[in-house]
Ligand binder design. Structure first.
Ligand code: SF4
Ligand code: SF4
Length: 394
């Protein structure tokens, strides 16, 4: 980050006392993973037909940009690492998300019993964050693990049964990681390049979290890598100071907006925690509604925040704009690929640049000008769909 970018960032982002608990207004019950939207289609009678369409119906390529064979091949290649080498708690804890290994390749071979000195947790935390960035994280933060964000229980898609989610009590910390998704590809949502950016995001999550967990184990401590499994990533990311909750139901980060995927490493390594942050997301969301307008299935609320769930996929007791997960997934199933319009359209989704840093500062510090910033966003065409055919020639 340049000196000017750092100067503006420090004047844009404020630390606050409470993390995700600042949105809690009622009793927060443990969230059963079987109610998560990608698991309901395998057991919920109401959604079985949708599940059949979403998980099993082939989508023949079409002779048009964004839906062609090369687009489909790019999407499937992007998901390959996650699909073949990283399955979380509900799907057998395999590969990069495994919790135990028979034998681990080492060169140099470290004799057993070595462990880093943790007398200076600030230095240890600095080194862990450095390692996370080395492996490919765009953002990294640390929080104490709030066990209310863990799934209880987890759910296996394969066996269609609940499975225990037994995260050991000694795992007191979560290192929360964000990987960036390609800006130009995301501009093509809901067409192929954006779906490929999403798939690659998932593969990068597994890569970065899996390697970081392995690094921590190499330091003599215990660590497990998790993608979307084991617990809800968004509240952990808020606790770890990575961003704020937004109308689109996603985490919005200061530098990349919602254009990130989240993973986490749970560990017993003693670390220094980060402070949660605010930078004007909640205030802009109240007037903006771009994601709600550009949602093709109208699954995003145009109204005020509420703690009333739409269905079992929303956790009760949390003040926010609950997403209609059923209509969102139905849209994906109907088209045969996913959608990211709620990421593409968000004014916080911008490439790096001084002008964008200034606007972010303005959004955070000058709420009276929110409508002016939104007008500018529309006038300059930000958030609108790009031609997926052009993506291949950029
Ligand atoms: S993914 Fe697409 S359909 Fe689903 S909520 Fe976002 S914009 Fe709407
Ligand atoms: S598009 Fe607007 S309303 Fe939606 S999350 Fe982004 S800032 Fe909030």
């Amino acid at each position: 980050m340049s000196a000017l970018a750092e100067f503006l960032y420090n004047r844009t982002v404020r630390t606050v006392r409470q993390g995700a608990r600042r949105y809690v207004v009622g009793k927060v019950a443990p969230f059963d993973q079987k109610n998560e939207m990608f698991r309901r289609p395998v057991w919920d009678e109401k959604l079985l037909a949708l599940g059949e369409k979403f998980y099993r119906t082939p989508t023949p390529p079409r002779d048009r940009p964004g839906r062609s064979l090369k687009d489909q091949a790019l999407i499937n290649a992007s998901w390959h690492l996650e699909n073949t080498c990283a399955q979380g708690v509900g799907d057998g804890r395999m590969g990069l998300y495994a919790w135990q290994w028979e034998e681990i390749f080492q060169y140099p071979r470290v004799p057993p019993g070595f462990r880093i000195d943790t007398a200076d947790p600030a230095a240890v935390t600095r080194d862990i964050k450095r390692a996370a960035r080395f492996f490919g994280a765009a953002l990294v933060g640390v929080c104490e693990l709030d066990r209310d964000w863990l799934y209880a229980p987890a759910f296996s898609r394969k066996t269609r049964t609940s499975v225990p989610n037994d995260v050991p009590a000694e795992y007191r910390y979560a290192v929360v990681l964000a990987v960036e998704m390609d800006y130009e590809a995301m501009r093509c949502s809901p067409e192929g390049p954006a779906s490929a950016a999403t798939g690659l995001g998932y593969s990068k999550m597994a890569f970065v979290a899996g390697l970081l967990a392995h690094h921590i184990r190499g330091l003599g401590f215990r660590a497990v890598a998790c993608g979307n499994d084991t617990g809800c990533s968004i509240p952990m990311a808020i606790d770890a100071g990575l961003g704020e909750l937004a109308r689109n139901g996603l985490l919005v980060t200061p530098l990349y907006g919602p254009r990130v995927r989240l993973a986490k490493v749970l560990t017993d390594l003693p670390l220094l925690t980060d402070r949660p942050i605010e930078f004007g997301v909640w205030g802009l969301c109240r007037v903006c509604k771009k994601c709600a307008r550009q949602c093709p299935s109208q699954s995003i609320s145009h109204g005020e925040p509420t703690d009333r769930p739409n269905d079992v996929s929303n956790r009760p007791g949390v003040l926010r704009w609950p997403i209609r997960a059923e209509t969102c997934l139905a849209f994906w199933a109907r088209r045969g690929n996913d959608c990211s319009n709620c990421i593409r359209s968000c004014p916080f989704n911008k490439p790096p640049g001084t002008l964008h840093d200034l606007v972010r500062w303005g959004i955070s510090r000058l709420p009276r000008l929110h409508r002016l910033f939104l007008w500018g966003d529309d006038v300059f065409g930000y958030g609108s769909k790009a031609d997926p055919g052009r993506y291949w020639s950029i």
